[in-house]
Design a protein around this ligand. Sequence first.
Ligand code: NAP
Length: 328
Amino acid sequence: MRGWLVTKSDGRVESRFGEIDAAWLPAGDVLVRVQWSSLNYKDGLAITGAPGVIRAFPMVPGIDLAGVVEESSVAGFAAGDLVAVTGCGLSEKHWGGYAEVARVPASFLVPVPGVFSARQAMAIGTAGFTAMQCVDALERHGLRPGGREVVVTGAAGGVGSIAVALLAKKGYRVVASTGRLEEAEYLRGLGAAEVMDRAELSAPATRPMESERWGGAVDTVGGDTLAGLIRTLGHGCAVAACGLAGGVSLQTTVLPFILRGVSLLGVNSVEVENAERRRIWGLLADLLGRDLLDSLTTEIGLEELPEWGEKVLRGQVRGRVVVRVLEG
Ligand SMILES: NC(=O)c1ccc[n+]([C@@H]2O[C@H](COP(=O)([O-])OP(=O)(O)OC[C@H]3O[C@@H](n4cnc5c(N)ncnc54)[C@H](OP(=O)(O)O)[C@@H]3O)[C@@H](O)[C@H]2O)c1
């Protein structure tokens, strides 16, 4: 099979594109002919050989995949089914989506909802799945349309773009925070009512709490941005924190938590029960317009991954990138 293989020898990590012996595929219940994968921040790290993602070598990277079942040894999946995997340790401990064939445990797989093609499922991918989890977490905490505005940070990126689209579709007044003000028109096209410069949110604190502004927040950036959000959330409101594009440390005080009752909701998309995965995909199928999804998607081939991996790490990718795995 054709694909990317990341190897490590004498402490040196190397990514190589070419033929991989399919006999090396890991054990699993279901063999999938991969058609599409996607590019996420984590994929940028793995494909460029940066540490922190791959935990077992050799590894086929790619944290997402979609394709057609070729062989299945379990009830529930049969040859010809259109399926997807996001997260589940792909590209960390289990071979991922940047090769033409994958073998995975059935517990990783979800059927692609009938409204989406395999390509659209990968335009969603881990980023869209995470965006939906964030919106769902905020609503389970009590967020409802009609209140204060909701802010999305890293808005022009993958998680951010889909979060803006989902929140706008649900009727929230969405403020998109971005470092790329030149993408304002794109963000308004996704449904943002307002676009703000990300420097505002990450500015140094003047007080432990500042004026209440946000009814909720989806944060893909972390660091000073997350600290700024915590200081400016409305009473009883929450931020769903899923990312670290701007840093991993968090400098805050307990005052917003104990005087305003704000909440910090952590979101993880990797380790999620299969039934919960199917529920989240069901929400995405109900909410995400296919035309809008196509409008935020860029398509690349497997060979272009190193170049695009660098771009995603530099924060230069707009929206979502799908990777064409099956040629022809
Ligand atoms: N918790 C989970 O399970 C989970 C799942 C998916 C992703 N994530 C994390 O979520 C983040 C976003 O992922 P993604 O796939 O959407 O990546 P992405 O497409 O690269 O988007 C990240 C965005 O963050 C902004 N950004 C980049 N560098 C920044 C910096 N130094 N300071 C402030 N903002 C910066 C940029 O948006 P603007 O240009 O609009 O400012 C960029 O487009 C990543 O940290 C990723 O690891 C976590």
